[in-house]
Write a protein that binds this ligand. Structure first.
Ligand code: FAD
Length: 465
């Protein structure tokens, strides 16, 4: 055997969980080694958040260039060069992953290429092709992320795509079928519809975008219909037949079998944690449901020197949640008493328009027996929204009845993804609706909608009767 190399803190995976944990650990004085089997940046930077948002923003540009007649803009020949679109997206990814590599180096973090496999609670083997190296470590942070669920009747192939395949398409599909109307499927379906693809979404549940309020998803669905996206709900995908230059997808809805032809089918029916090939069962790591690892409020597993963060532990599978947990785990190893508090973790869906939520929804609060006051204010009553010609949507605030403490907020509308941070801050800071109402917001901005919503809660809004 080889000689083991001794390390201090081991981080497995360099996604938004792992690389952030590594940097925070280094900041607290730990010597850190990151093991990554693929590309630095994980799913988020390479095949997730960032490339999808790059494609989505190109879709918006294209759509707006073609359809701004009511604002007096007539563009006669708007063209899309999909090769160039992909070049743009790949450039964004490259800049960011290069940036993360630089940050790791700058923090004197060693990055090792290879696949980690645990031998015992202090030993890991890293395999890279034909070579392998053993490391012994004091503490480890697992941040191995997740991968798309593959359904047996839809094996991934050239034309049966996972989100990764869809992001890396080299041609624009004339027709695209999306199986699974969660946020990933709907965001990508929406982007391709903006590019001009004819899109059908097949959803097994009773509605797409489960988890967001009906009043919000209704607006998104209206927008999808306007783009020509067909949505089938309560529909179960049965199978796919690959033809010479396309696919035929069979699905069942209301007891009736239907078929739809397309160039490609994108399957986005969930993601499973990468916890099955790490040797964790043998070393006694405790698992919860669906392959998730059980952790405490410091992200520590049942093995005291091993931590787990991000998509492999319970909670929303989101990049900022992984990064947040990464900082907590790194600080816990450094002996700080940081603990997770999930109340102010937002979730955003980059549809048209965007949806964002943080903390409690009205329904969740009621379900937990919390008495709340809620208020809404429409984008249509805001000057900036009118000037942008983007008037669909609203802000909603949820405050505890007894003292006005803000415990939740929802936004649907242009810029919701950026606007939600103010509500996150208010919740994190323990603020009331009055604090938000008393904050002077610049005019004319979309942020004023949040202020006015707080005024509605207090009963004294200026711009609505
Ligand atoms: P990952 O980012 O999955 O990183 C894990 C890393 O570990 C990978 O690089 C992997 O190669 C490595 N690894 C795994 N096993 C081993 C091993 N044995 N040895 C060595 N290395 C290993 N989230 C948002 O918040 N906002 C969004 O807009 C958003 N959009 C998304 C769009 C798409 C299309 C997808 C697929 C996801 C999106 N997400 C989004 C989710 C987000 O990407 C994930 O929640 C996030 O990447 C999880 O971070 P992580 O660090 O836990 O894991």
């Amino acid at each position: 055997g080889d000689f083991a190399i001794e390390i201090d803190t081991l981080v497995v995976g360099s996604g938004p969980g792992g690389y952030v944990a590594a940097i925070r650990a280094a900041q607290t004085g730990q010597k850190v080694t990151v093991v990554e089997r693929a590309e630095v940046g994980g799913v988020c930077l390479n095949v997730g958040c960032i490339p999808s948002k790059a494609l989505i923003s190109v879709g918006h540009r294209f759509e707006q260039a073609k359809h701004s007649e009511d604002m007096g803009v007539f563009a006669s020949e708007v063209k899309l060069d999909f090769t160039k679109v992909q070049e743009f997206k790949n450039g964004v990814v490259k800049k960011l992953t290069g940036g993360v590599s630089g940050l790791l180096k700058g923090n004197k973090i060693e990055t090792v290429k290879g696949e980690a496999y645990f031998v015992d609670a202090n030993t890991v083997r890293v395999v890279d092709g034909d070579s392998a190296q053993t490391y012994t470590f004091k503490n480890a942070i697992l941040a191995t992320g997740s991968r798309p669920v593959e359904i047996p009747t839809f094996k991934f192939s050239k034309r049966v795509l996972s989100s990764t395949g869809a992001l890396n398409l080299t041609e624009l599909p004339g027709k695209l079928v999306v199986i699974g109307g969660g946020y990933i499927g709907t965001e990508l379906g929406s982007a391709f519809a903006n590019f001009g693809s004819e899109v059908t979404i097949i959803e097994g549940g009773k509605d797409i975008l489960a988890g967001f309020e009906k009043a919000m998803t209704q607006i998104v669905k209206k927008g999808l219909k306007k783009k020509g996206v067909a949505i089938e709900v309560n529909a179960s995908a049965k199978g796919v037949e690959e033809t010479e230059n396309g696919v035929i997808v069979t699905y069942e809805v209301g007891g009736e079998e239907k078929k739809v032809e397309a160039d490609y089918v994108l399957v986005t029916v969930g993601r499973r944690p990468n916890t099955d090939e790490l040797g964790l069962e043998q070393i006694g790591v405790e698992f919860g449901e669906r392959g998730l690892i059980n952790v405490d409020k410091q992200c520590r597993t049942n093995i005291p020197n091993i931590y787990a963060i991000g998509d492999i532990v319970a909670g929303p599978q989101l990049a900022h949640k992984a990064s947040y947990e990464g900082k907590i785990a790194a600080e816990a190893i450094a002996g700080e008493n940081s603990v997770v508090d999930y109340l102010a973790i937002p979730a955003v869906c980059f549809t048209d328009p965007e949806m964002a939520t943080v903390g409690y929804s009205e329904e969740q609060a009621k379900a937990e027996g919390i008495e709340v006051n809620v208020a809404k204010f429409p984008f249509a009553a805001n000057g900036r929204a009118l000037a942008l010609n983007q008037t669909d949507g609203f802000v909603k605030l949820v405050a505890r009845k007894e003292d006005g403490l803000l415990i939740g907020g929802q936004i649907i509308g242009a810029g919701a993804s950026d606007m939600i941070s103010e509500i996150c801050l208010a919740i994190e800071g323990g603020m009331t609706a009055e604090d938000v109402a008393l904050t002077i917001h610049p005019h004319p901005t979309l942020g004023e909608i949040t202020m006015e919503t707080a005024e509605v809660l207090l009963g004294n809004p200026i711009h609505i009767i």
